[in-house]
Each structure stands twice: as C-alpha cells, then as structure tokens.
Ligand binder design. Structure first.
Ligand code: FAD
Ligand code: ZN
Length: 474
C-alpha cells in the first residue's frame, strides 16, 4: 500500500513535529514482534498525544481511505499490531497520562499507552490492587490489554480484562469520539458499547483511555507448589482447594515435569523444590485479608489432598522470597522452551472438567504428526486455558519440525472443537489465526462480527485483514 504524499503531509500536520516519525531507525522496532514471526513495513509512525489528535488522524485516514494499525507495547503474540501491508502505524506511546484515581471508589482512569506495570504500581501506591498480571507487564499497555481482552494468571479470581473495565473512551474509524468513561458498576441504559471494543484487536476503533476497576490489596498470600499424578488429579485438587479456601484461590497453574526440567536446566536461580520427580505439578495461590485466615484453609486442603492421594507432595512458601521463586518456575516456562529450540504453540481453552480427556486425546494425535516431539502442556488450568505446546525432538533449530506447524495445529484445533473449546483463549486471532477462524466459528457468528465491523468501520481502514476473515466467494 502506498500512501499519497498529500495524505502523509496532512497526517503530520495533525500531530505536529513531536507526533510523528519517518526515521527508519525509529520505526524499525515497531515492525517486528516478540516471536519474530511477523515483519511489517510502514512509511509513517504517528504518535498522537491526545484523544483530539487521534480523532484528527482517523478523520484524515477515513476521508482518504488510508489504513491504520494501532500499536501499544508491541507484545501481542498473533501479529495484530504489525503493519503487514504498509499501513500507517499509530502508536499510543504518548497517550501516557494517569487522568485520575478514586481511592474510595476504587477506580482509576488512565490513557491507553500507560503500561500495565505502571497501572499496577499506581494502584499499589494507594493500597489497592489492579489484578491483571502478565509476564509482559513491563512493556504491554492497558490499551493493548483491553484491545486483546488479556488474561494472565489471576483470571480465576478476577476475570479477564473485560471484567476489569468500567468505562472506555474510543475513537471510531471516521474520527468520532465515543465518550464512555463512566465509573459505574451498573449501567443498563442500552447496549454496553464499550464491550464491543474489548477484544476487538484494533479493528473497531482506537481505545484512548479507560476507567479501570480496582480491588482491595490482599494482606495475605499463600503460595504452594504441589506434585500431582495426573491432570485429572489436578482438576480434583482445584475443586477441593476452592471449597477449602471459600473461593479465595487467585491462581491455579498446571505444568508437566518436562517444563520444570526445561526451566531448571536453562534458567538461573531455579531448582526443583520437591524431593521426588512427579509427572505433573500445580502452582497455586490464595489471597485474602488478615482476618480471613486463608492460610489455614489452604494448608488444611493441601494436607487432605496428600492424605487421599490427589497430590503426592507439596511445598508451601514460607516467605515472599520463596513464593517468588515458586512463581519463577511457572513464569520461566516460555523462556525454558525457547532455550530448548523450536516449538509449535497453541493457546486453547476447553471446559475445565474436560482438560484431562482433551490432553489424553490431543497429545497422541499431535505426536502422530510430529513423532518424537516433546509435549509441553501448561497453563491456566483454573480457567480451562492450556498453552498446548510441543518442542522438537532434539534441542536446537528444526525446520522439518516447524514445517509441520499447520498440520499439527489443525489436528489440535479440530479436537478442541470436538470438546466445545476455543482456538484462542487469551492471545487473540490477529493475523495468525484469521484464516482458520471460519473452520471453528459458526457462519452465523462470523456474519454478525462482519456486520458489526461494517457498522463501526465501513471503509475497512482499521487493522484490515486481522481478526475478521474475508468472505470467500466461490
Ligand atoms: P500490542 O501488541 O501493541 O497490540 C495488540 C493488539 O491490540 C493489536 O491488534 C493492536 O492493533 C491492538 N491495540 C493495541 N493498543 C490498542 C488501542 N489503544 N486501541 C485499539 N487497539 C489497540 N497475553 C495474555 O492474554 N495472557 C498472558 O499471560 C500473556 N503473557 C505474555 C507473555 C509474554 C512474554 C508476551 C511477550 C506476551 C504475552 N501476552 C499475554 C500477550 C500480550 O502481552 C497481550 O496480548 C497484551 O495485552 C498486548 O498488549 P500491547 O500493549 O503489547 O499490545
Ligand atoms: Zn497464558
């Protein structure tokens, strides 16, 4: 796509000298994503500093039919933030103000380009909690989190990003600003339009600010790493621990032995915290107030699980440092996998109770396509979300293995569909899965999505080609 000079000139004028760059060195890092899978190109990086500037940009793009890709922290894992066809790149990096924090009402209003870590810190400074937590939190932005409806490790207790947003300000494709920054928990005055933008991956509008829901900061956190004989035992343990803690579990993460081995082999400062090896492990956390005595229920639940064989062993962290070292085991799995060489990855969800049967069917089915590969199925068991990954048989690069990605993926996703699951639990569709969506989502749902897209973005200038599959005309 080449953009006429006159349009480029108008866009530059709309944001002023500080608000754009045509310097290839400045633009370059915005064109590559974290996994190195997608490479984009763009002649113009726009850096608006206000909602009015975003509106002015989009008005010009709309009039001239110029396509725009919005980018936050560029940590997305499905290529959605990369201008693959030479679109104008709109970065939210200068939309970085904290507009207000209401300590008593427990809400915060921030602009889209504020990083998740900054949002968490601002809440903490007022003894409050913003519970969204991702390994990318130092770089990803709240706008990106909302646009992808990000998940992470605390969804079990606090829900996806969708549940954490009370109000939103968004700019439509034609430059219209939708002022929906309300700090209301209840508002049934019509369609909840803000929800349309949450998880829309930059295809319906540009999010410029949000009013977020904050929570009391828990005084007590109990963390344990438990060995379990099977995924079925892990699901049973989840139910038992929820019951024993009165629903105070804030994380329940599954990992197989091989993931622990990758981590302890490659990541400095990590070690197996238990005496004997186990095929599976669970990292769990419960939090509460001082008076709630969360620890008692938690430890009692674990002791009972060991007694009845649901778990074979467990360590409960006795200090914040020990809890951090247990979390490090879970958070280093992606790095451990990377250091072991090539991997094929999926981000799927099925109903929680179906996880054991799903794994029992999908692991051998995938291994029939890539014999000898190493299954590394881990993730948010409490949400039914498994990062269903495979490493090549040997450490190191393996082009022949990677060439099987699509066949493995289709095999896995077909089984996900059989179990009533989703081919994207938390990372989104972006460029990566758009071609597959028609196979896994009903025609009726896709048509409704296309109708929404036409209503919000009739000229298809916002992130074209991402998320919404084109209609195939035979
Ligand atoms: P970007 O990558 O810049 O953009 C992502 C998408 O959102 C694109 O489609 C883009 O066009 C759109 N977008 C961005 N900002 C806006 C805006 N203001 N308005 C409209 N559209 C916008 N994700 C999870 O859900 N859970 C995890 O646990 C998790 N862990 C991760 C760990 C690592 C190490 C990495 C690298 C990524 C992880 N991710 C995870 C994925 C990623 O961090 C999230 O998708 C995050 O929400 C993206 O935020 P971002 O600001 O980087 O957005
Ligand atoms: Zn995840």
């Amino acid at each position: 796509m080449s953009i006429p000079d006159a349009v480029l000139g108008r866009l530059k004028d709309a944001v002023g000298a500080k608000g754009f760059s045509t310097d290839p060195n400045e633009i370059a890092p915005h064109l590559e994503e974290w996994r190195g899978k997608y490479h984009g190109h763009s002649a113009l990086l726009l850096k608006p500093a206000s909602t009015a500037e975003v509106s002015a940009i989009l008005r010009i793009c709309y009039e001239s039919g110029t396509a725009v890709v919005t980018q936050g922290g560029n940590t997305g894992l499905v290529g959605g933030q990369i201008p693959l066809k030479g679109e104008v790149l709109l970065s939210t990096q200068r939309l970085n103000k904290l507009r207000g924090l209401d300590q008593g009402g427990m809400t915060m209003t921030v602009e889209a380009g504020v990083t998740l870590a900054e949002v968490q810190r601002a809440a903490e400074d007022k003894q409050l909690l913003f519970p969204l937590s991702l390994a990318s939190e130092g770089s990803c932005t709240i706008g990106g989190n909302i646009a992808t409806n990000a998940g992470g490790t605390h969804v079990l207790r606090y829900g996806m990003t969708r549940a954490l947003v009370l109000g939103l300000e968004a700019v439509l494709a034609d430059g219209t600003v939708l002022p929906m920054l309300r700090a209301l928990h209840k508002d049934n005055s019509g369609y909840d339009l803000k929800q349309m933008f949450i998880g829309s991956e930059g295809t319906l509008g540009v999010i410029t600010a949000a009013t977020l829901r904050l929570f009391p900061r828990p005084d007590v956190a109990v963390t344990a790493f438990a060995a379990v004989p099977s995924p079925a035992a892990a699901v049973k343990l989840l139910g038992a621990m929820q019951a024993r803690t009165g629903g105070m579990l804030s994380a329940f993460e599954l990992m197989p032995r091989i993931a622990l081995e990758f981590v302890t082999r490659h990541v400095e400062g990590t070690r197996d915290p238990l005496a004997a090896p186990s095929p599976w492990y669970v990292l769990m956390e419960a939090t509460g107030g001082k008076g709630a005595n969360v620890a008692a229920g938690f430890e009692d639940g674990l002791a009972k699980a060991i007694e009845d064989g649901t778990a074979s062993d467990a360590v409960v962290a006795s200090s914040a440092a020990q809890a951090a070292s247990l979390w490090k085991l879970r958070e280093s799995i992606s790095e451990g996998q990377k250091r072991e060489g090539a991997s094929i990855k999926h981000d799927i969800s099925v109903p929680v109770a179906a996880i054991p049967d799903f794994l029992a069917k999908a692991v051998p089915a995938a291994l029939a396509v890539v014999p000898g590969a190493r299954a590394v199925s881990f993730g948010h068991l409490g949400d039914g979300n498994i990062h269903f990954n495979f490493n090549s048989a040997q450490a190191g690069d393996d082009p022949a293995f990677l060439a099987q990605w699509e066949e493995v993926q289709q095999t896995v996703h077909d089984i996900v569909k059989e179990f009533g699951g989703s081919i994207s639990a938390e990372h989104g569709i972006g460029a990566m899965k758009v071609a597959q969506l028609p196979r896994y989502k009903s025609h009726e749902e896709l048509e409704a999505m296309r109708a929404l897209k036409r209503a919000f973005d009739p000229k298809n200038i916002l992130n074209p080609g991402k998320l919404i599959p084109p209609v195939l005309r035979l």
